[in-house]
Design a protein around this ligand. Structure first.
Ligand code: GLN
Length: 203
């Protein structure tokens, strides 16, 4: 609010994209197309270089295996509690307070319950136009073995839905999508995240 597209005043924030596995390249490309500075994050020490983070889709269990070394999990948990973070699909699963089907460890930062693999197998993946509160009409959403958000806490805002279930949610500095906005030409979700990052850097 009030902080317009003022490119000259401060250096633009550095957005990390967690690059342990999964769909990180498409996120980095999309962010660069929107003039963001990006860093592919592969080690825990890189977390101290970035202002915000995208946790991409992939396989949440594989992420957990990669994070189980060098104190990465604990440092990431501290990061997401404080800094703007956007999780997509497996990234949303990692951010969730509660993961079911089956239950697994998570960063437990975002007050949602999420059910893994609800929307079927890889070959049941879908592209749908779905309702959203973002200005500009229905949102193209790409689902790949997507989870379903089954519960949202009182501080969680629902920004898009599929069949009445939340698919894009925000809680303060955290944003999560059960779909893959980096695979759609529609840039509204990444623009929203960049706005959240700018807002965080001016407060
Ligand atoms: N099914 C994956 C999981 O449970 C998520 C799929 C995705 O990120 N596209 O982690």
């Amino acid at each position: 609010m009030g902080a317009g597209p003022d490119k000259l005043e401060t250096p633009s924030p550095l957005i990390g994209v967690l690059a342990l596995q999964g769909a990180f390249e498409a996120h980095a490309t999309r962010l660069r197309e929107l003039d963001a500075r990006t860093l592919l994050v592969r080690t825990p020490s890189q977390l101290s270089d970035i202002d915000a983070l995208v946790i991409p889709g992939g396989e949440s269990t594989t992420f957990l295996k990669h994070l189980d070394r060098g104190g990465f999990f604990d440092l990431l948990k501290t990061f997401v509690e404080q800094k703007p973070t956007f999780g997509t699909c497996a990234g949303a699963i990692l951010l969730a307070a509660n993961v079911v089907h089956p239950h697994q460890q998570s960063l437990a930062a975002l007050d949602i319950t999420i059910e893994r693999n609800f929307y079927g197998r890889q070959n049941d993946s879908r592209i749908l136009q779905t309702p959203t509160t973002l200005p500009g009409g229905p949102l193209e959403t790409v689902y790949i073995r997507a989870p379903r958000i089954t519960l949202t806490g009182p501080g969680v805002e629902t920004l898009a839905t599929r069949d009445g279930d939340a698919t894009l949610v925000r809680q303060g500095h955290l944003l999560a999508a059960t779909f893959h906005p980096e695979l759609s030409p529609d840039t509204r979700v990444h623009k929203l995240f960049l706005q959240m990052v700018r807002d965080a850097s001016t407060t």
